[in-house]
Write a protein that binds this ligand. Structure first.
Ligand SMILES: [Zn+2]
Length: 436
């Protein structure tokens, strides 16, 4: 038996759906997570967990917090360098800002550098799993998979498919897209901690022939995930309706090609119809809610209450570079803030925010048997955060004797500077350099 490690800290996790189960939050002020062979053996009060294994080596992180590895359900790897181009709306931003940068990924050296920076930024922000839009180029998408594998992160990604209405150099003929995607699937899907996602950019930029390719890929390979964009911006929705006159709504374009259901994650869904929500709930298509991006691009406010009422599941995504950065706690805070100021908004509590940044993402990716919380048997994907001495977070948690309030403060004030150690299957993928 290999050596066990016992992490001692305040622990928060949500082993259940925090919207369905009011007391889903598990919080242990003096907590322990026992890890053996990369798996969680037990998590709970330190004294109880200690009694399970007297030999385990304790890593004393008292004064800090351990939460499950954060899960980003929507992010674009080629957009690392364009975060913060504010003041535009989706279609205009794509043309002026995002797509020229995505075209630079044809240079494999540039793509590799970008992939390395991207993977480092995920890890250093505590994101251990991400559903990532790859590049429009197979070699650049392969570079992302390779960098993620080298770092040890869990990445679900795929070649971005488009054959119209973008810059011509980003278009692929459907048969070439099929060939390239098939090869990437053979190389990376199910290897190490990688999975492949069929990734049509959005209905606007994919012809019916390209959507057929997506359908074929999903049919030909077991366990592929699907990701795309849906109902992000009113002009985009109107244009999709014009391009697909036979479709009752945006979602029915994807449905016609079998790109819905469990394992399919649609980003945004700011402007859904009731009929779309009803069908997504029935089919278990998940939404990646990206509140920073929705605000930055002026796309609108996510109708969270309508998703909840309809029973549509959703997780959180940063949508870098339309979004404002890699921080999933910041994304959770933004979700809370936007809902607070919208008419008919939903007042999200700390437990729901943690759930959305962790377990909900695991459920969206159909990885909830493996990751998303600290239950026994799961992979030890964990983040250790510690308030900087003298910081507002330190002040907020020092005097708090209510663990829900402490978690709320951690979500509000827990910036990347607090992240000290990030583990995937018990092994550090990021450690902060802290002056001693
Ligand atoms: Zn996006």
């Amino acid at each position: 038996m290999s050596a066990s490690e016992l992490l001692r800290a305040t622990i928060f996790h949500t082993p259940a759906d925090a919207f369905l189960i009011p007391d889903a939050l598990r919080a242990h002020a003096d907590g322990g997570v026992l890890i053996r062979d990369g798996r969680i053996v037990a998590a709970g009060d330190y004294s109880r967990v200690r009694a399970l294994d007297r030999e385990a080596v304790t890593t004393d992180w008292r004064g800090g917090f351990v939460i499950p590895g954060l899960i980003d359900a929507h992010i674009h790897f080629p957009q690392v360098r364009i975060i913060g181009h504010l003041g535009r709306s989706l279609l205009d931003w794509l043309e002026s800002t995002a797509l020229p940068e995505e075209a630079r990924m044809s240079d494999i050296a540039y793509a590799r550098q970008t992939a390395r920076a991207f993977v480092h930024l995920l890890a250093s922000h505590g994101t251990t799993t991400a559903l990532v839009f790859g590049a429009h180029y197979a070699s650049a998408t392969a570079a992302l998979f390779e960098e993620a594998a080298a770092r040890g992160l869990r990445v679900v990604s795929g070649l971005v498919l488009s054959d119209r209405r973008l810059r011509p150099e980003l278009h692929q003929p459907p048969d070439a897209a099929y060939r390239d995607a098939t090869e990437l699937i053979a190389r990376f899907h199910g290897k190490r901690r990688l999975l492949y996602a069929v990734t049509p950019r959005f209905a606007l930029s994919t012809s019916e022939a390209m959507l057929e390719v997506c359908q074929t890929l999903r049919r030909e390979h077991d366990g592929l995930r699907v990701q795309s964009h849906l109902n992000e911006n009113v002009d985009e929705v109107a244009e999709v309706r014009r391009l697909f006159p036979w479709a009752a709504d945006y979602m029915s374009v994807y449905e016609r090609y079998g790109l819905d259901g469990s394992g399919a994650v649609m980003a945004h869904d700011v402007w859904p119809t009731d009929a779309e929500l009803e069908r997504m709930a029935a089919g278990r298509t998940t939404v990646a809610h990206c509140p920073c991006s929705n605000a930055a691009l002026g796309s609108g406010i996510f109708p969270l209450r309508r998703h909840l009422s309809a029973g549509v599941r959703f997780a959180l995504g940063t949508d870098v570079g339309g979004g404002t950065g890699f921080g999933m706690l910041k994304e959770a805070l933004q979700a809370y803030l936007m809902q607070r100021v919208t008419q008919d908004g939903f007042s999200l509590n700390a437990s729901q925010l943690l759930y959305l940044a962790t377990r909900a993402g695991a459920e969206a990716l159909r990885l909830d048997d493996e990751i998303g919380d600290c239950q026994a048997g799961k992979a030890a994907d964990l983040v250790y955060l510690r308030p900087e001495p003298g910081s507002a977070l330190a002040a907020a948690v020092e005097t708090s004797d209510d663990l829900s309030a402490t978690l709320a403060a951690l979500i509000t004030l827990g910036d990347p500077g607090c992240i000290r150690d990030v583990r995937v299957e018990g092994v550090s993928v990021f450690q902060a350099v802290v002056p001693s």
